[in-house]
Write a protein that binds this ligand. Structure first.
Ligand SMILES: C[S@@+](CC[C@H](N)C(=O)[O-])C[C@H]1O[C@@H](n2cnc3c(N)ncnc32)[C@H](O)[C@@H]1O
Length: 470
């Protein structure tokens, strides 16, 4: 439809869409709004956009019309494992803490992907949970995906995707969790599908938290690439509802361009490289600060500064900072974050203080026995100490928890090699190579400090060649 709609009419339409549906179209997005309404006008049999808009503004909307309008005005851009750094934060920082806290009598997890589009985001979360918790049966896990667009949710429930949805996903996603059901059509496994529940919800209009919809006491809320479609005021309102829907110390995750919307005094920002995380304060947290300030910008968690120090190679400062945090925590009787304990171990190891490193590795394992990275770290320290048998034992424990742990296979191969066991070494290195061929060359190896798959493959091939010529 090519008719030109007057600016005055587009402005009225934009106000109508904002007040009736909660979708925000500022002047810069009027082009999108016109395009969307053009498609809706065709769906409804109008000859031109202007008469469609005039009709829309003067008629009460039926559910069907509303659904069509939402379908035509929302953007369904998403894919599996979008923004890997954020999902890494879920895997390395958020879930280990929650799993440790909840394991046992209160073994439950509540995760919400708000604005989940066609389901790629909540299914990616489910895959991470599935990989991290070996005995899912013992857990009560609820992963909720919600969106305003019912058509997107239908697609999410079917769980059938084309290659386009995997454009940035690590290869194991397709390999482990999908079956081919047609030309360029892949269906998600029933086990992952059954972990996610979908529900239509308009973040601007519907009421939440609400016990009826089960939206309350969420441990983690993902609301990524959604807030940016709202005005600043509407976005802040949505953030305050999301905040109310969080459990104490629950996490809110947004995309980098949406950080400005999150200015809630009781949400503190937590730094994790490449991710934007906010955490709900405990009721007894920072009381005196709250009393003085109204709507201050979110505060950064001082503990996360150590990651920056570590990345700068300032290991002594890391030790000093974490030791200080741990002594404060022991005064308050709270348990320690296993990620920090592991970081402390690494900082000691990098200074050659292997006995200290070993002690903190074991503390990290004690705090979180289900995280394979802690066993690997301990194995590397044992290896440095020349305790090869112990190192092998820890590597086997890591592999018990995650068979796809490339670095653990590699280190087993290396250990066998330095002990002159060529055949065993080749077997372990081949296992690592087999896993690497399923990864993209630039993909970062899990539990590594940034090593990419191509580099690791090259190292292994050199080792195998050297072995051959020896
Ligand atoms: C670009 S997608 C983001 C999908 C996913 N979160 C991601 O990051 O890959 C934005 C989603 O927000 C949804 N959305 C927009 N306005 C909404 C509202 N008022 N309530 C609920 N969902 C909304 C859209 O339907 C769309 O599916």
């Amino acid at each position: 439809m090519r008719d030109r709609v007057s600016d005055a009419l587009v402005e009225k339409l934009s106000e109508f869409v904002s007040s009736e549906i909660g979708l925000f179209f500022p002047r810069e997005r009027w082009g999108d709004l016109e395009r969307g309404i053009g498609h809706a006008a065709q769906d409804w049999g109008f000859e031109d956009k202007t008469s469609c808009i005039q009709w829309l503004l003067s008629t009460p909307l039926s559910e069907d019309h509303l659904e069509t309008l939402i379908g035509r005005l929302t953007i369904g851009e998403t894919y599996f494992f979008r923004d890997k750094k954020t999902l890494q934060a879920l895997e390395d920082l958020i879930l280990p803490g929650l799993i440790r806290l909840r394991r046992g009598k209160e073994a439950m997890l509540r995760i919400w992907s708000a604005g989940c589009c066609t389901g790629e985001e909540p299914y990616s979360i489910a895959m991470i949970v599935d990989r991290m918790i070996p005995c899912l049966r013992d857990w009560n896990i609820r992963i909720l995906g919600s969106d305003i667009n019912g058509g997107f949710l239908e697609k999410a429930k079917r769980g059938v995707y084309t290659k386009w949805s995997f454009r940035h996903a690590p290869p194991w996603v397709m390999g482990e969790y999908f079956t081919t059901v047609g030309k360029d059509r892949f269906e998600i496994s029933q086990s992952i599908k059954s972990m996610v529940e979908f529900r239509q919800l308009n973040l601007m209009k519907d009421s939440y938290p609400s016990p009826d919809s089960g939206i309350l006491e969420m441990d983690v809320i993902f609301c990524r690439n959604v807030l940016m479609y709202f005005s600043t005021d509407s976005g802040s309102l949505v953030v305050s509802h999301l905040f109310e829907s969080l459990a104490e110390e629950g996490w809110l995750i947004v995309s980098p361009s949406e950080v400005a919307y999150v200015a809630h005094p009781d949400l503190r920002s937590v730094r994790f490289p490449g991710a934007f995380l906010f955490r709900k304060k405990r009721a007894d947290d920072d009381i005196e600060e709250d009393a003085g300030e109204n709507h201050a910008a979110p505060k950064e968690d001082p503990c996360m500064d150590v990651l920056a120090l570590y990345n700068e190679g300032r290991y002594e400062a890391v030790v000093e900072r974490i030791t200080e945090v741990l002594s404060q925590a022991s005064g308050s009787n709270s348990t320690s974050n296993p990620g920090f304990l592991a970081l402390l171990a690494k900082a000691y190891a990098n200074q050659g203080k292997l006995d200290e490193a070993r002690k903190w590795c074991e503390r990290a394992i004690e705090e979180d026995r289900s995280y394979p990275g802690h066993y690997y770290l301990t194995a590397t320290v044992c290896q440095e100490q020349g305790r090869f048998d112990e190192s092998r034992k820890f590597l086997n424990q890591a592999l018990y928890l995650d068979q796809g742990f490339v670095l653990a296979h590699f280190l087993l191969g290396h250990l066998a090699r330095i002990q002159g066991k060529s055949k065993q070494s080749r077997k372990h290195l081949k296992n690592a190579l087999d896993l690497l061929v399923c990864m993209g060359p630039g993909e970062i190896l899990p539990y590594s400090d940034g090593m990419i798959a191509a580099k690791m493959a090259e190292m292994i091939q050199t080792m195998i060649r050297e072995e051959h010529h020896a």
